[in-house]
Write a protein that binds this ligand. Structure first.
Ligand SMILES: [Zn+2]
Length: 356
């Protein structure tokens, strides 16, 4: 948008008309500098102004007679300082908005198509388009724990459809369902889209574990499909990742294990006057002991924060029932505890990993 001399093409610079966005009845030339000369797009002013109040205002400013460098083939020319690929991807979405909806999930290339447009839609206040892009990104980076669980279910189902063949882990035919979380964290911070952060931080953390722990300890569906671009993490980001991971582990231990210990003490000491109730309480304590010794619960609560949401998801399906000797009130306690623990973990992710 800047018209500073630096951004205005020199007369001898190579100008190339875009092969896709060179619309016959276009009434505006957009010029963007790329690595190999200046690229030109011929598009419609009205299409841009309908989407962006920034462009609308600019087009409505009184036009003084433009210098020669501001006109190309008789049409007004707007020079943008943005990245050429990003501008082209943005125009793709401006002219074919449904492309966002139709883009495949679990795909790094979908993500790559969306990040530039998100940056530009934010900059030029194209709110509709911005929301569409955010919605598309949220299919892979859900905002709520409920959506995260649905997403994990989908991933597991897709994974289980693959033949029993270890090759699939390396096979590029398998959907690359874990786009890079680091890119998402950076853009969410840059463009103020905090709703993308919990899932991105969580996945970054478990992928980091997976890439450092030996893959056999990690369920296949959580293995990073793409090598984590850890070189994109600044030292501060990396430090924050380690701190967040520790806080996650502390959270599970204190909120998860301690509440069970307290409940058991309450049961053991609460009804000492009534021998029938003491016996019933002992059964409940026993059932809870068995439960907290179950490997999913142990994995989740003794982990260093690898993938506790997944372990607790399975633990939630194994809550002791009446046939295990637990009373219905204690069963409700356990069910509610696990549910609350998972939710509070999820709700804390952004805070734990952002240094807040
Ligand atoms: Zn009980």
């Amino acid at each position: 948008m800047s018209l500073s001399p630096r951004d205005t093409p020199n007369a001898h610079e190579e100008m190339v008309e875009d092969d896709e966005f060179w619309i016959n009845d276009g009434n505006l030339i957009v010029s963007v500098r790329s690595d190999n000369g200046v690229r030109l797009f011929k598009i419609h002013k009205s299409t841009l102004s309908r989407q962006s109040p920034v462009f609308e205002t600019m087009f409505n400013l009184p036009q003084e007679s433009a210098p020669e460098s501001e006109v190309y083939m008789g049409l007004p020319t707007m020079h943008l300082t943005d990245n050429h690929d990003d501008v082209k991807k943005l125009l793709n979405l401006v002219y074919t908005p449904l492309a966002v909806v139709d883009s495949p999930r679990f795909s790094q290339s979908t993500q790559e198509q969306l990040l530039g447009p998100l940056r530009l839609a934010t900059k030029y206040e194209m709110e509709d388009l911005r929301q569409k892009v955010i919605k598309a990104l949220q299919r892979d980076w859900p905002k709520t724990l409920r959506d995260w669980d649905l997403y994990q279910e989908t991933i597991k189902a897709e994974f289980n459809e693959q033949p029993e063949d270890s090759e699939i882990v390396l096979n590029s035919n398998f959907p690359s369902w874990t786009p890079d979380p680091i890119e998402i964290i950076h853009i969410a911070q840059e463009c103020n889209v905090p709703e993308l952060l919990p899932a991105a931080f969580y996945h970054l953390n478990r992928s980091y574990h997976a890439s450092n722990m030996g893959q056999d300890r990690i369920p296949p569906f959580t293995r990073p499909r793409l090598a984590l671009k850890t070189e994109l993490l600044t030292p501060q980001d990396f430090h924050q990742l380690m701190i967040g991971r520790q806080r996650l582990a502390d959270h599970i231990r204190s909120a998860g294990l301690l509440s069970f210990i307290r409940k058991k003490q309450e049961l053991l000491h609460g009804h000492s006057q009534n021998s029938f109730r003491v016996e019933a309480s002992l059964k409940c304590v026993q059932a809870m002991n068995n439960y907290t010794n179950d490997h999913h619960f142990v994995e989740a609560t003794h982990s260093k924060g690898e993938d506790p949401l997944n372990e607790l998801y399975y633990a939630a399906q194994r809550v002791p029932s009446l046939k295990d000797g637990i009373c219905s009130s204690c069963q409700d306690f356990v069910t509610a505890r696990i549910k609350r623990l998972r939710q509070s973990l999820w709700d804390s992710l952004e805070k734990y990993f952002s240094g807040a």
